[in-house]
Design a protein around this ligand. Structure first.
Ligand code: KE4
Length: 422
């Protein structure tokens, strides 16, 4: 039986960096990736047979935990009838209806295969609808590897300190305007200079890709006001927050309704699904109704639709408030355990996601997030992993809980944190 060390060596011969997504490389935390053989509930099992408590959950999709029986049953039932038809199937209608019923800003939805496709397509629709080219995004936000949005992005771009946007022509990002997160004055200044040219403002309504950064509610309401006043589309990238911070997403949690919503992760229940949702008028810009081309061979495939719909149906009956409270209590205890030896630790937490920043000052934007001591986070990560607690292998990411995490799981993780020496 190969172990992760052997598998990593083989992987690096076959796949760039041995991974199919950079943040899995664990480079920023001074570790090698673990090869995972199986997952169930809150646990994962490595190729070495180690059972670990998982706080990454495939980077967010698994709010119900791994291999939830309802999700697997639905996927198996669909799979028995075939994997993909390239033609409409009822599963697409089921998932679309669940999304539309849950999110205040969504009257119509186009299903795609990833969050990247969702944000790329949302930008295109906004530009076509407004006839404008400029897009305003925020430092530290990550919207997938969309060329025009990779400027000063978060997630792996920040984690691996990748400069700017290698491989993306200057012309591609010339219409991308950038402001600090949580800074409404900077947004007002940019609109004062470029107002009539801005097609859309896109943001993570709770930032997850510089670590967790919760917006000031006034920041969101001011973006809504400005976009309405200026005729720009407000796009919430809810790939992480959709169905996580609340069943109604961040737009329901904060009571601020965007014009367009990007979704991914949870709506596929662990299968590749993304979605763009919004007002009918904008959504019908997409071909074949309108002329904005957007397509995908496997978009709406029946297996992913069944898994996604089963996930949302199951989540609809779950107690989000209880999970948020349990998550906050757990993260606060982690912070208290670490502070005596690590010095000041900032905790940003909302819903079932949080990040610990090893820095004395509050983290409210990308500049303050970058002051975190990533080396200390790496030491914390490695020592927790040695005790079979699997945290996000990057400080500029979220740590996730799920409805599968028991009080015993959380206490086990706290016990492990008590043994860490930083
Ligand atoms: P995908 O193309 O990876 O499905 O979604 C891109 C995306 C879009 N918007 C937000 C807010 C996102 O967080 C993401 C993807 N998130 C990263 C980690 N933060 C996924 C993990 C990875 O890149 O491997």
């Amino acid at each position: 039986m190969s172990d992760s060390k052997e598998l990593n060596a083989r992987a690096r011969e076959l796949i760039p960096g041995g991974v199919n997504s950079p943040v899995r490389s664990c480079r920023s935390v001074g570790a090698e990736p673990l090869f995972i053989r199986q997952g169930y509930g809150s646990k994962i099992v490595t190729e070495e047979g180690r059972e670990m408590i998982d706080f990454v959950l495939s980077w967010g999709p698994l709010l119900l935990g791994h291999a939830h029986p309802e999700v697997l049953r639905a996927a198996r039932e669909a799979l028995d009838k075939g994997s993909s038809f390239g033609a409409p199937c009822t599963g697409e209608l089921d998932l679309a209806e669940l999304i539309i019923d849950a999110l205040p800003g969504v009257e119509m939805v186009r299903l795609v295969n990833s969050g990247t496709e969702a944000s790329m397509s949302a930008i295109r629709a906004a530009r076509a609808y407004t006839g404008r080219n400029k897009i305003l995004k925020f430092e530290g936000n990550y919207h997938g590897h969309v060329d025009s949005l990779l400027a000063r992005a978060g997630s792996g771009v920040a984690t691996l300190s990748i400069p700017g946007t290698p491989g993306v022509p200057e012309d591609t990002v010339k219409d991308t305007l950038i402001a600090p997160y949580n800074d409404p004055q900077a947004v007002r200044d940019i609109f004062a200079e470029h107002g009539g040219e801005i097609a859309a403002v896109i943001l993570e309504p709770v930032a997850g890709n510089m670590g967790t950064v919760v917006p000031d509610r006034e920041f969101l309401t001011e973006l809504r006001r400005i976009c309405s006043e200026q005729g720009s589309q407000l796009i919430f990238d809810e790939v992480i927050t959709g169905f996580r911070v609340a069943y109604s997403g961040a737009q329901g949690y904060f009571g601020v309704t965007p014009d367009l919503t990007c979704l991914g992760k949870i709506i596929g229940g662990g299968f590749p699904v993304g979605a763009i949702g919004g007002h009918r008028e904008v959504m019908e810009m997409f071909a074949p109704c309108g002329s904005v081309y957007q397509a995908g061979t496997l978009a709406g495939n029946p297996v992913a639709m069944a898994a996604g719909a089963a996930t949302l149906r199951t989540l609809a009956g779950m107690d989000y408030a209880d999970l948020e409270q349990r998550t906050r209590e757990f993260a606060t205890k982690l912070q208290q355990i670490l502070q005596p030896q690590a010095g000041p630790v900032q905790l940003n937490c909302i819903g079932s996601l949080f990040t610990l920043f090893f820095t004395p000052d509050p983290v409210t934007d990308f500049a303050s997030a970058q002051k975190t001591d990533t080396a200390l986070y790496g030491a914390f990560y490695r020592q927790m992993r040695e005790q079979n607690i699997y945290l996000s292998p990057a400080n500029f990411e979220c740590t996730f809980t799920s409805f599968a995490h028991t009080d015993e799981d959380l206490e086990t993780a706290l016990q492990a944190a008590r043994k860490v020496s930083l």
